[in-house]
Design a protein around this ligand. Sequence first.
Ligand SMILES: [Zn+2]
Length: 299
Amino acid sequence: MDDKSHVVLPRIGRVRTHEMTTALLERVQSDRVRILSATVSREGGRWFVSFTCEVERDAGRPERPRDVVGVDAGLKHLAVLSTGEKVPNPQPLRKALRKIARLNRELVRRKRRSRHWEDTRRRLNRAHARVARIRLDAMHKLTHRLATTFGTVVVEDLNVAGMGRNRRLSRAIYDAGLAELRRQLQYKCEWYGSRLVQASRMYPSSKTCSRCGAIKEILPLWERVYQCDVCGTVMDRDENAARNLAALAAAVAGSGPETKNARREDVRPDLTGRSSMKREAGTRQLGKTGAPVPQGTGT
Ligand SMILES: [Zn+2]
């Protein structure tokens, strides 16, 4: 690397990068990073270079080691936190999703395997790749903030309740988002010294009242507001679920996977609600997870 937007790759040579490589360059120069390999790939009509590095990292400590946060991945929002914060989807995402919907309609109209059909399919692949990149970037920013701020982060291991109504496309995006959220939190919590708790998929975080612990038999997916029949609490559905996850972290303190820096006595719920560990009786059977993401060569 000889300047801020170029990388030199063995057997390929000098490559101009779209994004600045300043951060990496600085770390290489300070001897805190050693680049082991570089991989060039092509996806959705763009080239990417990724580096495998050996990094010297300080043992981290989150800013608020005593605080617990529950995270619920969403569709309307990128995520909803038990603090009540709704992390918005990145701005360009909505436009990109509209484009995908339009291209999908266009693809159906085209004659299969025709030149126009191939063209539409290629543009659809690109649009999907763009959505994935936008979400990934936003997710990285969120997981970095969570892992560096809170002592304990709670996430559901699989959420079948928070889904939107937009059938297969949104389901695919939602599943991918949740998987990525968990994947990033797993290593970042370890890096920054926070503790990650994964709540069982059987835990009825959506159906449980985060204030009194009452559990609803049925909570239809289209009900976006949680209304408790027992104590009368009215709360945003996702916020209620996120609060339950945070309370669960306190209930299972010490039994979840811990990072070496986590301290049990530091864990304390920052909520007034209590959690319920009952199993969900009437788990809804949901449709197939068919994801209409076209796989093409993208060229
Ligand atoms: Zn209640």
